[in-house]
Design a protein around this ligand. Structure first.
Ligand SMILES: Cc1c2[nH]c(c1CCC(=O)O)Cc1[nH]c(c(CCC(=O)O)c1C)Cc1[nH]c(c(CCC(=O)O)c1C)Cc1[nH]c(c(C)c1CCC(=O)O)C2
Length: 347
């Protein structure tokens, strides 16, 4: 079938002179309408589990900017909560979870197929979005990759170097592997349900992939991602999958081939020229404007958008930031980014 949706065309391998664009964390605190809806919901987690309001915040950046894709509003840490972990957010600091440090902690974790009762509001959000999104807008579902989610489940919070997870990997690899397996199974069934509910693309966020090196990268970033993609492709061969092994560096090379991902998202620790030469040679890439440009704006932003568009112009590309937009971003700079990207390309 020939695709008419702009995002799906890039994911099918088409080179477009103006690439599709969306933005990580495009529904977020930099938008006054997001802050108002979040206040109406009460707090961030209540917003995630309120299907009507979660759909509303997903739609806000589509209405304001006309992005080519909408990403389901939820969080990667809802899966550990559905598996039985306690989860809460500390204002100004970030997530907190009950920790897994011993076998007895793992025994309290539920089986993977027990997550759906808890996550049913998320599937409902997906259904509402498929009804309400403009027909040209692609709906992206997502989950965290097992390694990234495990780092939060083990430490009970975000950590700069993921040390508690690395420590458990060394001191009790059997327990560590059990956590990874359970998360891999849960991620497969969670993404399967999102696709059944109407997600047209799914993205796997491995935000802390960069702290895995060598063999550990192969075992805990590449292998679980491949297992998830193999399982999803067996059921949904036509649903494209974006993988984001953030800050993987050389690990980006060959990642699509090794895992079966249709697109690899690049953070801005690599240059677009490097990404084109080493990653786009294998297929579609997504990225990779530094989020700080959404704060600083100006000619610097314009130059960098043109630079990235040009560097990736020889192959399939989805324009995005290298990581999520930050709360201090100026909404006007997002408009400037989109207008610059969509301006007529000099011959
Ligand atoms: C590590 C991680 C998390 N969540 C996520 C990741 C992986 C991507 C990344 O590295 O950013 C992914 C995520 N989180 C959120 C989405 C929704 C879709 C999107 O807009 O991209 C997605 C895809 C909403 C959110 N998730 C969170 C917010 C801010 C919550 C608020 O409104 O206060 C949003 C919009 C909270 C969150 N959630 C998480 C943290 C560490 C935090 C606190 C940091 C922060 O406040 O920005 C865990």
């Amino acid at each position: 079938m020939t695709q008419t949706k702009k995002l799906l065309r890039s994911l099918n391998g088409e080179t477009q002179s103006v690439p599709p664009i969306w933005m990580m964390r495009q529904a977020g605190r930099y938008l006054p309408e997001y802050r108002a809806t979040r206040a109406e919901a009460g707090d961030f987690l209540s917003l995630c589990y309120n299907s009507e309001l979660a759909a509303e915040v997903t739609l806000q950046p589509i209405r304001r900017y006309g992005f080519d894709a909408a990403i389901l509003f939820a969080d990667i840490l809802l899966v550990p909560e559905a598996l039985g972990a306690d989860l809460w957010f500390v204002t100004g600091e970030g997530p907190r979870l009950s920790t897994i440090q011993a076998d007895a902690d793992f025994d309290r974790i539920k089986p993977a197929d027990a997550i759906h009762d808890h996550l049913s509001p998320i599937y409902e959000t997906v259904k509402i979005l498929r009804r309400e999104l403009p027909e040209e807008t692609t709906l992206i579902g997502f989950a965290g990759a097992p390694w990234t989610v495990a780092t939060y489940m083990i430490a009970g919070q975000g950590t700069p170097d993921q040390a508690p997870a690395h420590k458990l990997m060394i001191e009790n690899v059997a327990l560590f592997d059990k956590i990874m397996d359970r998360l891999t199974e849960a991620t497969i069934t969670y993404l399967d349900m999102q696709i059944q509910a109407g997600a047209e693309v799914v993205k796997i966020f491995d935000s802390w992939a960069g702290s895995l090196k060598g063999e550990a990268f192969e075992k805990y970033a590449v292998a679980p991602t491949k297992r998830i993609i193999d399982a999803l492709k067996a059921k949904h061969p036509n649903t494209p999958i974006i993988a984001f092994p953030r800050e993987a560096g050389d690990g980006y090379i060959g990642f699509a081939g090794k895992t079966g991902a249709d697109c690899v998202a690049l953070d801005n620790s690599v240059t677009p020229e490097w990404g084109a030469a080493h990653v786009q040679v294998d297929g579609c890439v997504q990225g990779n404007l530094a989020s700080r440009h959404m704060v600083t704006g100006g000619q610097d932003l314009i130059d960098e958008v043109r630079h990235i568009r040009e560097a990736f112009s020889k192959g399939p590309h989805i324009f995005n930031l290298g990581h999520g937009i930050t709360p201090d971003a100026d909404p006007e700079n997002v408009t400037l980014m989109i207008e610059t990207l969509r301006e007529s390309v000099p011959a």
